[in-house]
Design a binder for this molecule. Sequence first.
Ligand code: SAM
Length: 342
Amino acid sequence: MAKPRPEPDPRAAAVALRTLEGRPDRSGRWLVVDERTGEVATALRARGGEVTSWFRWQGPWGSAHPGPAEGPFDQAVLRLPRSREALAYALERIAAVLVPGGALWLTGCNDEGVKAAGKYLAPWFTDAETLDTKHHARLWWAARTEATARGETADFLEDAPIDLPGGPVALKKAPGVFAGGGLDPASALLLAQLDGITTEVARVLDLGCGIGVLSAGVHQRWPEAQVTALDHDALAIAATRAGLPDLDARESDGGGSLRADDGPYQLIVSNPPLHGTSNDLTVDMIERMVRLAAERLTRNGRLVFVVQRQRPVERLLEATLRNPAVLADDGRFRVYVAQRRP
Ligand SMILES: C[S@@+](CC[C@H](N)C(=O)[O-])C[C@H]1O[C@@H](n2cnc3c(N)ncnc32)[C@H](O)[C@@H]1O
Protein backbone atom coordinates (compact mmCIF):
# COMPACT_ATOMS: atom_id res chain seq x y z
CA MET A 1 0.00 0.00 0.00
CA ALA A 2 1.36 3.46 -0.91
CA LYS A 3 2.45 5.53 2.08
CA PRO A 4 0.05 8.45 2.61
CA ARG A 5 1.68 11.72 1.64
CA PRO A 6 1.60 14.75 3.89
CA GLU A 7 -1.49 16.79 3.15
CA PRO A 8 -1.11 19.45 2.00
CA ASP A 9 2.03 18.28 0.22
CA PRO A 10 4.55 21.16 -0.09
CA ARG A 11 6.84 19.69 -2.79
CA ALA A 12 4.92 20.80 -5.86
CA ALA A 13 4.45 24.33 -4.49
CA ALA A 14 8.20 24.55 -3.88
CA VAL A 15 9.13 23.80 -7.48
CA ALA A 16 6.50 26.22 -8.81
CA LEU A 17 7.71 28.97 -6.52
CA ARG A 18 11.34 28.69 -7.68
CA THR A 19 10.32 29.75 -11.17
CA LEU A 20 7.47 32.10 -10.33
CA GLU A 21 9.65 33.98 -7.82
CA GLY A 22 12.14 34.66 -10.62
CA ARG A 23 9.51 36.46 -12.71
CA PRO A 24 9.34 40.09 -11.63
CA ASP A 25 5.89 40.73 -13.07
CA ARG A 26 3.21 38.55 -11.61
CA SER A 27 0.39 41.05 -12.08
CA GLY A 28 -2.85 40.22 -13.87
CA ARG A 29 -5.67 37.85 -12.98
CA TRP A 30 -4.51 34.45 -11.73
CA LEU A 31 -6.56 31.34 -11.11
CA VAL A 32 -4.82 29.05 -8.61
CA VAL A 33 -6.27 25.55 -8.58
CA ASP A 34 -6.09 22.98 -5.75
CA GLU A 35 -2.97 24.58 -4.28
CA ARG A 36 -3.37 23.46 -0.71
CA THR A 37 -0.38 25.01 1.02
CA GLY A 38 -1.42 28.49 -0.13
CA GLU A 39 2.22 29.46 -0.76
CA VAL A 40 1.85 30.05 -4.49
CA ALA A 41 -1.27 32.21 -4.06
CA THR A 42 0.48 34.25 -1.36
CA ALA A 43 3.59 34.77 -3.52
CA LEU A 44 1.52 35.88 -6.50
CA ARG A 45 -0.50 38.33 -4.42
CA ALA A 46 2.67 39.77 -2.92
CA ARG A 47 3.79 40.78 -6.42
CA GLY A 48 0.56 42.43 -7.50
CA GLY A 49 -1.36 39.45 -8.85
CA GLU A 50 -5.13 39.37 -8.47
CA VAL A 51 -5.59 35.80 -7.25
CA THR A 52 -8.72 33.61 -7.17
CA SER A 53 -8.41 30.09 -5.77
CA TRP A 54 -10.48 27.10 -6.78
CA PHE A 55 -10.55 23.89 -4.75
CA ARG A 56 -12.50 20.90 -6.06
CA TRP A 57 -11.86 19.03 -2.78
CA GLN A 58 -12.82 20.51 0.56
CA GLY A 59 -10.31 20.53 3.39
CA PRO A 60 -8.65 22.75 5.95
CA TRP A 61 -7.32 24.78 2.99
CA GLY A 62 -10.74 26.05 1.88
CA SER A 63 -14.28 25.45 0.63
CA ALA A 64 -14.82 23.31 -2.43
CA HIS A 65 -16.70 24.17 -5.64
CA PRO A 66 -17.29 21.98 -8.68
CA GLY A 67 -15.85 24.60 -11.04
CA PRO A 68 -13.79 27.80 -11.01
CA ALA A 69 -15.15 31.33 -10.56
CA GLU A 70 -16.15 33.16 -13.70
CA GLY A 71 -13.17 34.39 -15.71
CA PRO A 72 -11.51 35.63 -17.65
CA PHE A 73 -8.13 34.90 -16.09
CA ASP A 74 -4.74 35.65 -17.69
CA GLN A 75 -2.85 32.75 -16.11
CA ALA A 76 -3.60 29.63 -14.11
CA VAL A 77 -1.57 27.48 -11.74
CA LEU A 78 -2.80 23.89 -11.40
CA ARG A 79 -1.66 21.45 -8.73
CA LEU A 80 -1.72 18.03 -10.45
CA PRO A 81 -4.85 16.10 -9.40
CA ARG A 82 -4.64 12.41 -8.48
CA SER A 83 -6.38 10.82 -11.44
CA ARG A 84 -6.14 11.32 -15.19
CA GLU A 85 -9.91 11.96 -15.39
CA ALA A 86 -9.66 14.63 -12.72
CA LEU A 87 -6.74 16.20 -14.60
CA ALA A 88 -8.67 16.32 -17.88
CA TYR A 89 -11.63 17.84 -16.03
CA ALA A 90 -9.52 20.52 -14.34
CA LEU A 91 -7.74 21.39 -17.61
CA GLU A 92 -11.00 21.86 -19.50
CA ARG A 93 -12.59 23.94 -16.70
CA ILE A 94 -9.47 26.11 -16.56
CA ALA A 95 -9.37 26.43 -20.37
CA ALA A 96 -12.97 27.69 -20.34
CA VAL A 97 -12.03 30.69 -18.16
CA LEU A 98 -8.55 31.53 -19.51
CA VAL A 99 -7.98 34.18 -22.17
CA PRO A 100 -6.72 32.88 -25.55
CA GLY A 101 -2.94 32.55 -25.33
CA GLY A 102 -3.19 32.62 -21.50
CA ALA A 103 -0.60 30.62 -19.58
CA LEU A 104 -1.04 27.37 -17.67
CA TRP A 105 1.49 26.40 -15.01
CA LEU A 106 1.09 22.78 -13.96
CA THR A 107 2.98 21.53 -10.95
CA GLY A 108 3.17 18.06 -9.37
CA CYS A 109 5.45 15.38 -8.01
CA ASN A 110 7.22 12.59 -9.87
CA ASP A 111 5.50 9.86 -7.84
CA GLU A 112 2.15 11.37 -8.86
CA GLY A 113 2.94 11.06 -12.57
CA VAL A 114 3.76 14.69 -13.34
CA LYS A 115 6.33 13.69 -15.98
CA ALA A 116 3.58 12.22 -18.16
CA ALA A 117 1.14 15.08 -17.52
CA GLY A 118 2.45 17.03 -20.53
CA LYS A 119 0.81 14.42 -22.77
CA TYR A 120 -2.67 15.30 -21.53
CA LEU A 121 -2.69 19.05 -22.10
CA ALA A 122 -4.01 18.96 -25.69
CA PRO A 123 -6.35 20.10 -27.16
CA TRP A 124 -6.75 23.00 -24.72
CA PHE A 125 -3.06 23.81 -24.27
CA THR A 126 -0.03 23.75 -26.54
CA ASP A 127 3.73 24.46 -26.64
CA ALA A 128 4.21 22.58 -23.36
CA GLU A 129 7.65 22.74 -21.81
CA THR A 130 9.20 21.78 -18.50
CA LEU A 131 10.47 24.91 -16.75
CA ASP A 132 11.91 23.36 -13.61
CA THR A 133 12.48 20.07 -11.78
CA LYS A 134 13.44 19.90 -8.11
CA HIS A 135 12.34 18.15 -4.89
CA HIS A 136 11.21 15.18 -7.08
CA ALA A 137 8.66 17.57 -8.56
CA ARG A 138 8.22 19.31 -11.91
CA LEU A 139 6.74 22.54 -13.28
CA TRP A 140 5.15 22.51 -16.73
CA TRP A 141 4.17 25.60 -18.73
CA ALA A 142 1.77 25.65 -21.70
CA ALA A 143 -0.31 28.17 -23.66
CA ARG A 144 -4.10 28.16 -24.10
CA THR A 145 -5.21 27.21 -27.60
CA GLU A 146 -8.45 28.32 -29.21
CA ALA A 147 -10.10 24.90 -28.78
CA THR A 148 -13.62 25.19 -27.36
CA ALA A 149 -13.93 24.13 -23.72
CA ARG A 150 -17.10 23.29 -21.79
CA GLY A 151 -17.66 25.72 -18.95
CA GLU A 152 -20.65 24.45 -16.96
CA THR A 153 -20.60 21.68 -14.36
CA ALA A 154 -23.77 20.19 -15.89
CA ASP A 155 -21.86 19.69 -19.18
CA PHE A 156 -19.73 17.06 -17.44
CA LEU A 157 -22.45 15.03 -15.69
CA GLU A 158 -23.46 11.82 -17.44
CA ASP A 159 -26.21 9.30 -16.83
CA ALA A 160 -25.20 6.46 -14.52
CA PRO A 161 -27.92 3.80 -14.43
CA ILE A 162 -27.17 1.39 -11.58
CA ASP A 163 -28.91 -1.78 -10.41
CA LEU A 164 -29.22 -1.73 -6.64
CA PRO A 165 -30.65 -4.51 -4.44
CA GLY A 166 -33.95 -2.55 -4.29
CA GLY A 167 -34.13 -2.02 -8.07
CA PRO A 168 -32.58 0.23 -10.74
CA VAL A 169 -31.70 3.88 -10.03
CA ALA A 170 -30.78 6.67 -12.46
CA LEU A 171 -27.82 8.48 -10.90
CA LYS A 172 -25.32 10.87 -12.47
CA LYS A 173 -21.58 10.37 -12.72
CA ALA A 174 -18.74 12.85 -13.19
CA PRO A 175 -15.04 12.71 -14.16
CA GLY A 176 -12.77 11.30 -11.48
CA VAL A 177 -15.48 10.21 -9.05
CA PHE A 178 -15.22 6.92 -7.14
CA ALA A 179 -15.73 3.62 -9.02
CA GLY A 180 -16.24 5.50 -12.29
CA GLY A 181 -19.81 6.22 -11.21
CA GLY A 182 -20.71 2.53 -10.91
CA LEU A 183 -21.58 0.13 -8.09
CA ASP A 184 -18.49 -0.83 -6.13
CA PRO A 185 -18.56 -4.46 -4.82
CA ALA A 186 -17.95 -3.27 -1.26
CA SER A 187 -20.86 -0.82 -1.48
CA ALA A 188 -23.05 -3.59 -2.94
CA LEU A 189 -22.20 -5.84 0.02
CA LEU A 190 -23.17 -3.06 2.45
CA LEU A 191 -26.45 -2.34 0.68
CA ALA A 192 -27.41 -6.02 0.78
CA GLN A 193 -27.39 -5.81 4.63
CA LEU A 194 -29.91 -2.99 4.95
CA ASP A 195 -32.93 -5.31 4.86
CA GLY A 196 -31.72 -6.83 8.13
CA ILE A 197 -32.22 -3.48 9.95
CA THR A 198 -35.76 -3.53 11.25
CA THR A 199 -35.73 -0.63 13.70
CA GLU A 200 -37.18 2.78 12.80
CA VAL A 201 -34.89 4.88 10.56
CA ALA A 202 -35.90 8.51 10.11
CA ARG A 203 -32.57 10.31 9.64
CA VAL A 204 -29.53 8.88 7.86
CA LEU A 205 -26.03 10.18 7.23
CA ASP A 206 -24.05 8.93 4.19
CA LEU A 207 -20.42 9.78 4.89
CA GLY A 208 -18.23 9.98 1.74
CA CYS A 209 -21.25 9.64 -0.55
CA GLY A 210 -19.51 9.75 -3.97
CA ILE A 211 -22.35 10.03 -6.52
CA GLY A 212 -24.90 8.90 -3.93
CA VAL A 213 -24.96 5.11 -4.37
CA LEU A 214 -25.47 4.29 -0.67
CA SER A 215 -27.93 7.18 -0.28
CA ALA A 216 -29.98 5.83 -3.18
CA GLY A 217 -30.05 2.36 -1.58
CA VAL A 218 -31.07 3.86 1.77
CA HIS A 219 -33.85 5.79 0.03
CA GLN A 220 -35.14 2.58 -1.58
CA ARG A 221 -35.18 0.84 1.81
CA TRP A 222 -36.66 3.77 3.82
CA PRO A 223 -38.37 6.13 1.32
CA GLU A 224 -39.50 8.49 4.11
CA ALA A 225 -36.09 8.89 5.75
CA GLN A 226 -34.25 12.22 5.52
CA VAL A 227 -30.79 11.55 4.09
CA THR A 228 -27.79 13.84 4.46
CA ALA A 229 -24.93 12.99 2.09
CA LEU A 230 -21.42 14.38 2.58
CA ASP A 231 -18.33 14.24 0.40
CA HIS A 232 -15.22 16.37 0.18
CA ASP A 233 -15.36 16.26 -3.66
CA ALA A 234 -17.58 19.12 -4.85
CA LEU A 235 -18.01 17.47 -8.25
CA ALA A 236 -19.27 14.27 -6.60
CA ILE A 237 -21.72 16.41 -4.63
CA ALA A 238 -22.89 18.10 -7.87
CA ALA A 239 -23.49 14.62 -9.34
CA THR A 240 -25.33 13.47 -6.20
CA ARG A 241 -27.56 16.58 -6.27
CA ALA A 242 -28.35 16.02 -9.95
CA GLY A 243 -29.15 12.31 -9.48
CA LEU A 244 -30.95 12.60 -6.12
CA PRO A 245 -32.42 16.13 -6.01
CA ASP A 246 -34.41 15.54 -2.79
CA LEU A 247 -31.31 14.76 -0.78
CA ASP A 248 -29.43 17.17 1.45
CA ALA A 249 -25.98 16.79 -0.21
CA ARG A 250 -23.08 18.93 1.00
CA GLU A 251 -19.38 19.44 0.43
CA SER A 252 -17.68 18.43 3.64
CA ASP A 253 -14.28 17.34 4.94
CA GLY A 254 -15.35 14.38 7.10
CA GLY A 255 -18.36 15.55 9.12
CA GLY A 256 -17.02 19.12 9.14
CA SER A 257 -20.03 20.72 7.47
CA LEU A 258 -22.56 19.24 9.90
CA ARG A 259 -24.29 21.86 12.01
CA ALA A 260 -25.07 21.49 15.71
CA ASP A 261 -28.76 20.87 14.91
CA ASP A 262 -28.12 18.20 12.20
CA GLY A 263 -29.06 14.69 13.28
CA PRO A 264 -28.98 12.77 15.49
CA TYR A 265 -29.04 9.87 13.05
CA GLN A 266 -30.56 6.43 13.49
CA LEU A 267 -28.16 5.22 10.82
CA ILE A 268 -24.76 6.29 9.47
CA VAL A 269 -23.57 4.41 6.37
CA SER A 270 -20.14 4.59 4.78
CA ASN A 271 -17.71 2.95 2.43
CA PRO A 272 -14.86 5.08 3.77
CA PRO A 273 -11.76 6.01 1.78
CA LEU A 274 -8.49 4.39 2.81
CA HIS A 275 -6.80 7.67 3.62
CA GLY A 276 -8.40 10.98 4.35
CA THR A 277 -7.31 14.40 3.21
CA SER A 278 -6.73 16.39 6.31
CA ASN A 279 -3.99 18.40 7.89
CA ASP A 280 -4.15 15.96 10.77
CA LEU A 281 -2.14 13.05 9.40
CA THR A 282 -2.49 10.90 12.45
CA VAL A 283 -6.25 10.55 12.13
CA ASP A 284 -7.36 8.30 9.33
CA MET A 285 -10.84 8.39 7.86
CA ILE A 286 -12.07 5.27 9.64
CA GLU A 287 -11.15 6.77 12.97
CA ARG A 288 -12.84 10.06 12.06
CA MET A 289 -15.97 8.15 10.99
CA VAL A 290 -16.14 6.15 14.24
CA ARG A 291 -15.71 9.30 16.34
CA LEU A 292 -18.40 11.04 14.32
CA ALA A 293 -20.74 8.10 14.94
CA ALA A 294 -20.09 8.35 18.68
CA GLU A 295 -21.20 12.01 18.54
CA ARG A 296 -24.00 11.95 15.99
CA LEU A 297 -25.91 8.67 16.38
CA THR A 298 -29.15 8.41 18.35
CA ARG A 299 -29.04 6.32 21.51
CA ASN A 300 -29.73 3.07 19.67
CA GLY A 301 -28.48 4.30 16.32
CA ARG A 302 -26.14 2.22 14.19
CA LEU A 303 -22.98 2.81 12.22
CA VAL A 304 -22.84 0.41 9.25
CA PHE A 305 -19.69 0.50 7.14
CA VAL A 306 -17.65 -1.67 4.80
CA VAL A 307 -13.86 -2.09 4.62
CA GLN A 308 -11.29 -4.54 3.27
CA ARG A 309 -11.52 -7.56 5.54
CA GLN A 310 -7.84 -7.39 6.62
CA ARG A 311 -8.31 -3.87 7.94
CA PRO A 312 -8.11 -4.00 11.76
CA VAL A 313 -11.07 -2.04 13.13
CA GLU A 314 -12.37 -4.18 16.02
CA ARG A 315 -10.28 -2.53 18.73
CA LEU A 316 -11.30 0.94 17.60
CA LEU A 317 -14.98 -0.04 17.52
CA GLU A 318 -14.83 -1.64 20.97
CA ALA A 319 -13.12 1.42 22.44
CA THR A 320 -15.51 3.99 20.99
CA LEU A 321 -18.88 2.33 20.30
CA ARG A 322 -20.75 -0.75 21.60
CA ASN A 323 -21.93 -4.12 20.30
CA PRO A 324 -19.59 -4.20 17.29
CA ALA A 325 -20.35 -7.11 14.97
CA VAL A 326 -19.60 -8.37 11.48
CA LEU A 327 -22.77 -8.29 9.38
CA ALA A 328 -21.25 -9.80 6.24
CA ASP A 329 -17.91 -11.10 4.96
CA ASP A 330 -17.42 -12.06 1.30
CA GLY A 331 -13.74 -12.95 1.60
CA ARG A 332 -12.62 -9.49 0.37
CA PHE A 333 -14.76 -7.05 2.31
CA ARG A 334 -16.44 -6.97 5.69
CA VAL A 335 -19.52 -5.02 6.67
CA TYR A 336 -19.44 -3.94 10.31
CA VAL A 337 -22.17 -2.63 12.53
CA ALA A 338 -21.74 -0.89 15.89
CA GLN A 339 -23.98 1.18 18.15
CA ARG A 340 -23.56 4.34 20.11
CA ARG A 341 -22.72 4.00 23.78
CA PRO A 342 -25.55 5.04 26.09
C1 SAM B 1 -14.83 4.46 -1.26
S1 SAM B 1 -15.61 5.92 -1.86
C2 SAM B 1 -17.34 5.55 -1.57
C3 SAM B 1 -18.28 6.37 -2.41
C4 SAM B 1 -19.77 6.00 -2.30
N1 SAM B 1 -20.23 6.03 -0.93
C5 SAM B 1 -20.04 4.62 -2.88
O1 SAM B 1 -20.30 3.73 -2.09
O2 SAM B 1 -19.97 4.48 -4.10
C6 SAM B 1 -15.18 7.06 -0.60
C7 SAM B 1 -15.68 8.47 -0.80
O3 SAM B 1 -15.21 9.25 0.29
C8 SAM B 1 -14.89 10.54 -0.20
N2 SAM B 1 -13.93 11.15 0.75
C9 SAM B 1 -12.59 10.95 0.82
N3 SAM B 1 -12.05 11.71 1.78
C10 SAM B 1 -13.07 12.41 2.32
C11 SAM B 1 -13.14 13.38 3.35
N4 SAM B 1 -12.06 13.79 4.00
N5 SAM B 1 -14.35 13.89 3.66
C12 SAM B 1 -15.46 13.51 2.99
N6 SAM B 1 -15.45 12.61 1.98
C13 SAM B 1 -14.27 12.07 1.66
C14 SAM B 1 -14.35 10.31 -1.60
O4 SAM B 1 -14.46 11.48 -2.39
C15 SAM B 1 -15.23 9.17 -2.09
O5 SAM B 1 -16.35 9.65 -2.79
